[in-house]
Design a protein. Structure first.
Length: 725
């Protein structure tokens, strides 16, 4: 009997790897089943993969034979966590196609495995070029450097070091000390009791190396003086079987570099003390790499390597703030099953939401400067912008700088075009006059494999579109601006070209780039993995400036509701969070739902396990603050206790009638209809309005042009699986 079982990652991980490992039901009694455990067998990296065989009940160990491309690898398999289950990390895979065959008597099970280099790429498309190696700048836990790159792919040696928590810590900011000799236990080592109840010496194994051209690290409690070398069948005793994927922060300047630092320290004292394991990569820090799809590929590879080194986690959570928040969300959504829960703060739905809302605000700011101070009062400008005040409005407008490749552009105060990491040589940087073929420093060009490239300019195609957008519509209907002001604004606001230069005409987003933005998850649809896992959002914001505005949190919730039939009950959003309370609540939620081994659909498990405390609400400003449980409403009006404490403001496109979800990149159009306005237009004004919008104005009741769902586990090459062109 031959059974081919190329288990897809999404399906495999959706049922839970831990549950799969401990179950023998898949064997179907007398069958022999062979599956890949550490990753999808079509997306294996680095030449090795963790495999699982389930043999017929009562099969003797000596009766099992496993071969890879004809080579006997049976010795790699050891008994797993359940009867008649064997696990083995099979190494020595060739790049490309491999055939794994398991045999027991007359039974045969064959698994096709496709292996990619540890340097990548697998699904993210051709490498970004140029690319600056920074291994020589990366600091290891003992204070030394990782060393010079070993090749042009920025590869470096793999280093395992140990640190420990002393019984007396002189500097709380430095809770760990390098372990001088991993075979000798220091006299001053402290102990910790993990969340699973194990009491172990507080010694942390930190592994550093390179994958996908980034620098990775993983950290886990492991005492080398008493624990055996870690493996999938001998995991560290102090590990609580919970795993955290760490994402950093930022975005501007996040291109063309490997990254000389993580942005977030993998040595998280609190989480390590509880027994959590953590993994991270420089390419998961958006300040190094502002491409959430590449971060997803990197997370996929990092988790695969972790599982092959330590074993299968009970669950994996993703966490980060700001850029790390949207990266956590986008990876969890576009790669269902890779992440089991998301814990975030300073949230955005995606980098596009910042950039595109900034482009709208920047156009409005430019219009005012061009039209003169008498065109709109400051109060009218703020009303059209939707923000709390001029400071927030200008700050939001300046976030469009991450789309501007032209150096030293003179614009609004605080505007910084062409943001670069200092490590990138000037000689390779784009300049329209002196280096027109140079690398472009924009959020679009950082993901050019997804958006596509304009062959005439070499620039990434852009999804920004403002055709049909009626700027100031809400202010017009409220009587804040006049019909004449509304018409002049929309007649003269213009758009941008590929170099972010102002144009008299509106910007037309590239239809294919828009479609691929949705398919890849660069525009978060929340219709992939996010619909069925816990999301805990610390919705603290800064409405007066700093571009971490409250509306981004509500946009995330709205996208989830649109993708889930109006529901968002797998998401808890708190304003002004008590960090300890939030962590305890989220952890309880994760443990409860992942402990359910039944066949109940994952979403129902999540909803059944949701703690009573994991509801929407806010903290008051008392001493000590207390939690107020009430629905959070998108409004600046003091209509509830939470909105009184934490009003939330808007943005330019919402004030133009657009959806709070901010997920319509290009709107569908409808003929101008005078009945859609709360103020009267004269016949001449109506004719002028139709001239301004000859194809019609935005019909926000309809989905956007090419607004399609995310393609789970999409590929932009070289993998042919779920390939998008």
């Amino acid at each position: 009997m031959t059974r081919v079982t190329p288990v897809a990652t999404a399906a495999l991980l959706a049922v839970g790897l831990a549950a799969l490992l401990t179950s023998t039901a898949a064997a179907g009694g007398g069958e022999l089943v062979l599956t890949a455990v550490s990753t999808d067998p079509a997306l294996v990296t680095g030449g090795d993969v963790l495999l699982r065989t389930v043999v017929p009940e009562g099969t003797a160990r000596g009766d099992l034979r496993v071969r890879v491309n004809g080579r006997d690898v049976t010795a790699a398999f050891t008994p797993g966590p359940a009867p008649d289950v064997y696990l083995g990390v099979v190494s020595g895979l060739v790049e490309g196609d491999n055939s794994v065959v398991a045999e027991v008597g007359h039974l045969t099970s064959t698994l096709a495995v496709t292996n990619y280099p540890i340097t990548g790429p697998v699904i993210s498309g051709p490498w970004q070029q140029p690319f600056v190696c920074q291994t020589d700048q990366f600091t290891l836990p003992d204070g030394s450097k990782l060393g010079a790159p070993l090749d042009a792919n920025c590869s470096a040696r793999t280093v395992v070091q140990y640190v420990y928590r002393p019984t007396h810590v002189a500097d709380p900011a430095k809770p760990f000390t390098p372990l001088p000799n991993p075979l000798v236990l220091p006299a001053d080592v402290s102990q910790t009791k993990t969340a699973s109840g194990a009491v172990v010496n507080f010694i942390v194994r930190v592994e550093t190396g390179t994958m996908n051209r980034g620098i990775y690290q993983n950290a886990v409690l492991h005492d080398p003086t008493v624990d055996p070398p870690p493996s999938p069948t001998t995991p560290p005793r102090g590990w609580n079987r919970r795993l955290i994927a760490i994402h950093g922060s930022g975005c501007p300047s996040g291109w063309y570099v490997q990254g000389g630092a993580m942005g977030v320290n993998v040595l998280d004292y609190g989480r390590l003390a509880e027994g959590y394991a953590l993994f991270i990569n420089t390419l998961n820090h958006p300040t190094n790499s502002c491409n959430a799809f590449l971060a997803g590929e990197t997370t996929m590879m990092g988790k695969e390597h972790f599982i092959e080194t330590f074993g299968v986690p009970a669950y994996t959570i993703s966490t980060g703030g700001s850029g790390g928040a949207y990266t956590s969300l986008q990876v969890a959504d576009a790669f269902p099953g890779l992440i089991d829960g998301v814990d975030i703060r300073a949230t955005f739905p995606d980098a596009l939401a910042i950039a595109l809302s900034g482009l709208d605000a920047h156009l409005l700011l430019h219009y005012v400067a061009k039209a003169g101070k008498g065109s709109l009062t400051e109060a009218q400008q703020v009303a059209i912008s939707g923000f709390d005040g001029m400071t927030a409005f200008v700050d939001a407008a300046n976030q469009s700088q991450r789309t501007d490749p032209v150096p030293n552009r003179k614009d609004a105060d605080g505007y910084q075009s062409a943001r670069w990491n200092a490590a990138v040589p000037n000689a390779v940087r784009y300049d329209p006059q002196t280096n027109p073929t140079g690398a472009r420093p924009t959020v679009f060009d950082a993901a050019r494999n997804i958006y596509g490239v304009n062959p005439a300019t070499g620039a990434a195609l852009r999804p920004y579109d403002n055709v049909g957008v009626q700027y100031g519509l809400t202010a017009l209907n409220a009587g804040t601006i006049t019909v004449a002001q509304f018409l002049d604004l929309n007649e003269r606001i213009g758009g941008y070209d590929d170099d972010a230069n102002y144009t008299a005409t509106r910007a037309v987003g590239n239809a294919d780039a828009i479609r691929r933005a949705y398919q890849s998850g660069l525009s978060l649809g929340a219709n992939g993995g996010l619909r069925s896992i816990p999301i805990f959002d610390n919705a603290t914001s800064n409405e007066a400036g700093g571009y971490h505005y409250g509306w981004f949190h509500y946009a995330l919730r709205e996208r989830l509701r649109k993708a889930s039939g109006g529901r968002s009950d797998n998401m808890a959003m708190w304003r002004s969070v008590d960090a300890n309370d939030a962590r305890a609540t989220f952890d309880a939620w994760m443990v409860a739902y992942t402990s359910d081994r039944s066949d109940t659909p994952r979403l129902q498990k999540v909803l059944d396990a949701r703690p009573a405390h994991a509801v929407e609400g806010c903290y008051d400003k008392g001493a000590p603050p207390s939690f107020i449980a009430e629905p959070l409403v998108f409004t600046r009006a003091a209509s509830t206790r939470c909105t009184t404490l934490y009003p939330v403001y808007s943005n330019v496109r919402v004030e133009a009638g657009g959806p709070l979800s901010a997920d319509v990149l290009k709107c569908q159009l409808a003929p101008v209809n005078p009945n859609d306005y709360r103020v009267p237009f004269t016949p001449d004004q109506l004719d002028r309005l139709r001239t301004i919008f000859p194809e019609g104005a935005c019909d926000w009741s309809k989905p956007g042009v090419n607004q399609v769902p995310v393609v789970p586990w999409a590929s932009f090459g070289p993998s042919p699986q779920h390939r998008i062109n």
